[in-house]
Design a protein around this ligand. Structure first.
Ligand code: MLT
Length: 308
């Protein structure tokens, strides 16, 4: 069995695959190199750095399984894979806690201006009054998407004493009640939340879910968080909304283009950013790598795939 690992994954997952076959780790292949090499593998493991589009997959003549070491499968053309009989598997549970904790970290960091204050003090400035923050206690967190991560974020926010108002057309009132959350329509979440966080996959339906129309309706002091996928929040509309004082600011871990070099959002004091770190913890990376390796091996042995 031949495996290609084309984005960095944790060693424990690689060792599992090595027990069953030959593993090659090549994390900086160009598209042309990938097209040339992909025919010789039975399975490929990717994170978000490798794009498996129709053109690449058309060369994947022996590929049986694509393992996405993570949650989002937006870098994989699932239809093209399915047409070639290639199974696509992801590891949706392995990073839930890490991504939820990072979301809460950004929530607190934006409420208290922690990154800006850190930079200021390291520049030898003592700007206490500039960084007057706000409490999150008794504020409303608006959550778009109450799947695994959205639910964990909501639970943690409730423990901070926040009210949670969520929009998710696919979840029952009963489940929301269990989480101590009020389900509502999109407009109400947009209009009433002090902080808004998105936890939905990027699809044609969710692209620019938060755009100028939504920014127009938000509270002037609202903060938007995106630790899900770039593209869910319309970045151009976000920059305009902040400049026009329609919202207070944003905390972003993901971007329409990564890295987002040249984006005006990076220049704005009201925007705090991290480089797609949601799932970047030791625990999540081990969980993700082991989970995807086990599932890829199961799929190659003909066992039913659990995810994606
Ligand atoms: C994911 O979808 O699992 C995260 O965005 C992390 C990653 O892409 O590596």
């Amino acid at each position: 069995m031949k495996f290609l690992i084309s984005d960095k994954i944790e060693e424990k997952g690689i060792l599992k695959l090595k027990e069953k076959g030959q593993v090659e780790v090549e994390t900086s292949l160009s598209k042309e190199e990938l097209k040339n090499r992909i025919p010789k593998y039975d399975a490929i493991i990717v994170r978000s750095g490798t794009t498996l589009d129709e053109e690449v997959l058309s060369c994947a003549d022996n590929l049986k399984v694509i393992g996405r070491a993570g949650v989002g499968v937006d870098n994989i053309d699932i239809d093209a894979a399915t047409k070639k009989g290639i199974i696509v598997i992801n590891a949706p549970e392995a990073s839930t806690i890490s991504v939820s904790e990072h979301t809460l970290g950004l929530l607190m960091a934006s409420a208290r201006n922690i990154p800006q204050a850190n930079s200021s003090l390291k520049d030898e400035k003592w700007e206490k009054s500039k960084f007057l923050g706000e409490e999150v206690y008794e504020k409303t967190l608006g959550v778009f998407g109450l799947g695994r991560i959205g639910s964990e974020v909501a639970k943690r926010a409730r423990k901070l004493g926040m009210d949670v108002l969520a929009f998710d057309p696919y979840i029952s009132e009963e489940r929301a009640n269990e989480l101590g959350i009020d389900l509502s329509i999109k407009e109400k979440v947009i209009e009433e939340a002090d902080f808004i966080t998105t936890h939905v996959p990027l699809t044609e339906e969710t692209r620019h879910l938060i755009s100028s129309e939504e920014f127009d309706r938000m509270k002037d002091d609202a903060t938007i968080l995106n630790v899900a996928r770039g593209g869910i929040v319309d970045e151009e509309a976000l920059a305009d909304a902040i400049k026009e004082g329609k919202i207070k600011g944003a905390a972003l871990d993901v971007f329409e283009e990564e890295p987002p070099f040249g984006s005006e959002l990076l220049e704005m004091d009201e925007v705090i950013v991290t480089p797609h770190l949601g799932a970047s913890t030791e625990e999540a990376q081990v969980n993700v790598a082991v989970s995807i390796a086990n599932q890829v091996l199961d799929a190659l042995e003909g066992k039913p795939a659990k995810n994606a």
